[in-house]
Design a protein around this ligand. Structure first.
Ligand SMILES: [Zn+2]
Ligand SMILES: [Zn+2]
Length: 367
């Protein structure tokens, strides 16, 4: 049984993160209690802590679906084991005490037209997330609705399962491009998401993946993820280089994980006639890019964007991890204790471009 109190890493608004004693909440109808095993730290956590609150809500304007507001327990990339099954959880044998799970963090109304076809992040209500809009995985226990729980296949370890969330973001971005095996791709930016996008494209049979990345450390990560060629955009005309490698045509799809006017232009110019561009990066609303409509029209190129991911993406990711179609174990670059989240997690991620995924191991002691 879970204790009455626990230590949780809670965000209080910029830039305060505190490990503090909180109640282990009673289970509501349809929820399971997950004993957290691993929780990843992500770029969005970094933005939230240093520049937020952005995704977290303020107490005077709590989240419309959850009523959540700061202080909030962070952590939206987590895996664990079911400790307790609440009343009203489906008795279909899927979720039991001891079941190994990972969490799909999107919270939506589940009744609007988008939600009903499984596009939960496109909900008519502003969607919420575990770890921002209700307590997340930077704590020993989290109560999670049964609809947000995925069973982890037996042969996938729980540390790998914690990466199913960011991998689903990359998987969804590739899905948004309508990519099919045998096509070529340009990935712009090889931070944690760009690296995973490269890995997903290779796992799904890309004929070639070219990456544009200025940092030499991150270029090496792109190569490790399977990139066929990596270009430094500060030294090379990436569009020209990509065209040369594709008989003057350009790639089938470009995925922009950097989000600057320059990278956006390169994505558009880098794809061939009828090529597709997907924007994954987040934009500062004060610095939105301009679009060269002529470049679109002349080649009937398409631009779309990818927003978080849907349940089906996580199901496909878990199946791909289980079958060995994709691996991510080499992208876990550090493991830390809960009390070290700020010093050894966020601060390190902010300064060290060699980091891809830092996992918090809930069983580890602070060093
Ligand atoms: Zn994340
Ligand atoms: Zn909805």
């Amino acid at each position: 049984m879970a204790p009455a109190m626990m230590q949780a890493m809670r965000y209080h608004g910029k830039p305060e993160l505190r490990l503090e004693e909180v109640d282990v909440l009673p289970l509501k109808k349809g929820e399971v209690r997950v004993k957290v095993a691993f929780c990843g730290i992500c770029g969005s956590d970094l933005h939230e802590v240093y520049h937020g609150p952005l995704t977290c809500c303020l107490p005077q304007a709590p989240h419309p679906l959850t009523g959540g507001a700061i202080p909030e327990t962070l952590g939206h990339e987590f895996s664990g084991v079911i400790e307790e099954v609440g009343e009203g959880v489906a008795q279909d044998g899927r979720l039991n005490v001891g079941t190994r799970v990972c969490i799909e963090p999107v919270i939506s109304c589940r009744s609007c037209p988008s939600c009903l076809v499984g596009d939960t992040p496109l909900c008519k209500t502003q969607f919420g997330l575990y770890g921002y809009s209700r307590p997340g995985g930077l704590a020993p226990y989290v109560n999670v609705k049964q609809t947000n729980v995925h069973v982890v296949p037996d042969n996938v370890p729980l540390d790998i399962a914690a990466l199913a969330e960011p991998l689903s973001v990359a998987w969804h971005a590739v899905a948004c491009s309508n990519f099919v095996a045998g096509e070529s791709a340009l990935v712009i930016g090889s931070g944690p998401i760009g690296a995973l996008v490269t890995r997903v494209l290779k796992a799904r049979g890309a004929s070639a993946v070219y990456v544009s990345e200025p940092s030499s450390v991150r270029s090496a990560i792109a190569t490790r993820c399977g990139a066929d060629r990596v270009f430094n955009p500060l030294e090379t005309d990436v569009v020209a280089a990509v065209r040369e490698l594709t008989e003057g045509q350009g790639v089938h799809v470009a995925i922009d994980c950097a989000g600057t006017q320059r990278t956006f232009d390169a994505a558009i110019e880098g794809v061939r006639a009828k090529g597709r561009v997907v924007m994954v990066a987040l934009w500062d609303k004060a610095k939105l890019p301009t679009v060269d409509m002529w470049a679109l029209m002349a080649k009937e190129r398409t631009i779309t964007a990818s927003c978080c991911f849907a349940s089906r993406d996580m199901q496909e990711v878990l199946a791909a991890l289980s079958s060995g179609q994709i691996r991510v174990d080499d992208l876990i670059t550090d493991r830390i204790a809960l009390s070290d989240v700020f010093d050894k997690g966020l601060e390190v991620l902010r300064k060290d471009p060699a980091q891809v995924k830092i996992l918090v191991d809930l069983k580890a002691q602070a060093k």
